[in-house]
Design a protein around this ligand. Structure first.
Ligand SMILES: [Zn+2]
Length: 306
């Protein structure tokens, strides 16, 4: 153990980094002020003449990432109490008592006069050495915002993608969040409904026009309901004649699909899955079996009699 510690220390020593200030922060902020108070102040960043050429076109950036040294902080703590009273790891906080005492803050660039930049939103104290300054890449936030708006308009987008990619294991894991456990029944429901929805989506139909008639019961129903999105809450779910071991996904005119589970599918499963699997393992392994031995899918032209 000591040997390991020695090696890590040696490694840290070999990779020791020496930082040189490229400039300094000027503002009216002292260590007694709270960070949110400091952020409201306008700060001036004075870049040293040797780095002046590095400021070319900086005015085109609305936001900058500023890396500075917490020059008045000498302590290092690996856990810290944040203002809510919770204890967090230093890397999960913005505390200055960090191993390298470096602060990173995104600031708004208000203006530039030669080598002096006026910025807003900085939480560095007066006199802080600036270590680096860079164009702020906001694309990750923009992507997150786009992704969020797509999810608001089409909350089932990720599911549809998994359905079209036949990613049944991912779908099974997601459905288990609703069902509460992974089991062969849930997997059977997922497999059958995935086949139907692949056909429905490839024909560019709107899944919201369809109703699920489940002539079955128990675990598979949750799998089918999850994949089709036909739930009791959407009023697109009917359950009847559970002994038939089949389900329909039909539009208002009665057209759609019927999935019938094979009577002997249990024997086929027992014969083709290794013995001694837990229900969850069996559910996952089931996804790799031949769907045609488990159920049939047929296209339906009219509503079946109830
Ligand atoms: Zn189950």
């Amino acid at each position: 153990m000591n040997f390991l510690i020695f090696n890590f220390n040696l490694l840290a020593y070999l990779f020791m980094i020496v930082l040189e200030p490229i400039g300094f922060v000027h503002n009216a902020c002292t260590s007694s002020q709270a960070p949110e108070q400091i952020k409201k102040e306008v700060s001036e960043i004075e870049i040293l003449p040797a780095y002046a050429d590095g400021l070319q076109d900086i005015e085109q950036s609305e936001y900058l990432d500023l890396i500075f040294s917490f020059h008045q902080e000498k302590r290092t703590e690996l856990t810290t109490q944040i203002r809510t009273g919770e204890t967090k790891g230093i890397f999960a906080s913005r505390s200055p008592r960090r191993p390298n005492h470096l602060g990173v803050t995104t600031v708004k660039l208000l203006g530039r006069e030669g080598t002096k930049l006026q910025v807003e939103g900085l939480d560095a104290l007066n006199g802080s050495p600036v270590v680096d300054l860079k164009y702020c890449d906001t694309s990750v936030f923009e992507q997150a915002a786009i992704h969020r708006s797509i999810r608001i308009d089409s909350p089932r987008m990720d599911l549809v993608r998994h359905i079209m990619q036949n990613n049944t294991e991912e779908l099974l894991l997601k459905a288990a969040e609703l069902h509460g456990h992974i089991c062969p029944g849930l997997a059977l429901g997922i497999m059958g409904a995935t086949r139907v929805m692949q056909q429905l989506y490839s024909q560019e139909k709107d899944s919201r026009d369809y109703t699920l008639i489940a002539e079955m019961q128990n675990c598979p129903v949750d799998g089918v309901l999850f994949i089709t999105g036909c739930t009791p809450g959407t009023k697109r779910f009917i359950q009847r004649n559970p002994e038939n071991m089949c389900f329909y996904v039909l539009d208002k005119t009665g057209k759609g699909w019927k999935v019938s589970y094979k009577e002997n599918n249990r024997e086929y499963m027992n014969h083709n899955l290794p013995a001694g699997l837990s229900p969850a393992e069996k559910g996952i392994a089931l996804l790799t079996l031949d769907p045609e031995q488990l159920f049939s899918v047929e296209e339906i032209q009219e509503t079946p009699a109830s």
